[in-house]
Design a protein around this ligand. Structure first.
Ligand code: HEM
Length: 214
């Protein structure tokens, strides 16, 4: 069951991301596929204009992304490809990169929160609603040029989902819960990991597209 749901969920997400390059604004990228690919590859480099904090934030983000990829491969490969549960070297690699991801997420939650505050550009309809209800004129937020609401929602979802993702495994290891609860916590980890992985895929796609359009 988990295997089927995961395969369908990943397929729908990847088809959706690929389709977005063929329709809408993203199709521009396809006019010059090699240039776009090279541009995407250069996104991992640190731009000279970055401040020290900006460079640290990007390095932590890249380390988080690397840990995520290793956790996703070691977690999903046995389940999706072999139809088995994680074991042996895979669980050792998984358990090694888990704290790295957890620490990176905590650092990113602090360093990226400021950039992910919702403002008037993100939801003008909400601003109009509040103005109508409170009869108070809200000043336009000129700091943010474009709405990046997709990236912001993705960021907060990742931070939010990382709690049940990590806590489920920590609770499953505590001796206070019987076998039934331990299995329930591992099931919770699996399904949270699936949603977490899909949100990270979409968030990364939105960041790449925003960078390419700059
Ligand atoms: C960050 C903290 C994480 C910790 C501490 C952690 C730890 C674990 C542990 C101990 C297991 C084995 C559970 C068992 O079957 O006994 C496991 C399984 C799994 N993990 Fe994680 N993990 C973490 C993050 C992730 C992430 C980010 C993903 C995916 C993106 C992921 C995907 C999976 C999957 C799919 C399984 C189930 C494999 C199976 O069916 O046996 N984990 N994880």
């Amino acid at each position: 069951m988990y295997q089927k749901i995961s395969i369908y969920a990943f397929l729908i997400t990847i088809i959706g991301i690929v389709l977005s390059y063929f329709i809408g604004l993203d199709k521009e990228c396809l006019k010059h596929p090699i240039r776009t690919f090279v541009h995407i590859c250069t996104l991992v480099f640190l731009e000279q204009k970055l401040t020290f904090a900006g460079a640290i934030r990007k390095l932590v983000y890249l380390l988080a992304l690397l840990s995520f990829i290793i956790l996703a491969v070691t977690g999903f490969y046995p389940t999706l490809i072999k139809g088995e549960h994680i074991s042996g070297y895979l669980i050792m690699i998984h358990a090694t990169f888990a704290p790295i991801l957890a620490i990176c997420l905590a650092v990113l939650a602090v360093m990226w929160a400021g950039k992910s505050i919702f403002n008037t550009k993100d939801w003008p309809w909400f601003q109009r609603f509040v103005e109508r209800v409170t009869l108070v004129k809200i000043n336009e937020d000129s700091s943010d040029k474009k709405s990046r609401i997709g990236q912001k929602i993705g960021f907060w979802l990742i931070i939010f989902l990382s709690l049940p993702l990590i806590m489920s495994i920590i609770l499953s290891m505590l001796p206070y819960f019987g076998t039934y609860w331990q299995e329930l916590f591992i099931l919770m980890h699996r399904y949270t990991a699936l949603v977490f992985a899909i949100v990270v895929l979409i968030h990364t796609h939105l960041i790449i597209i925003a960078q390419i359009r700059q």
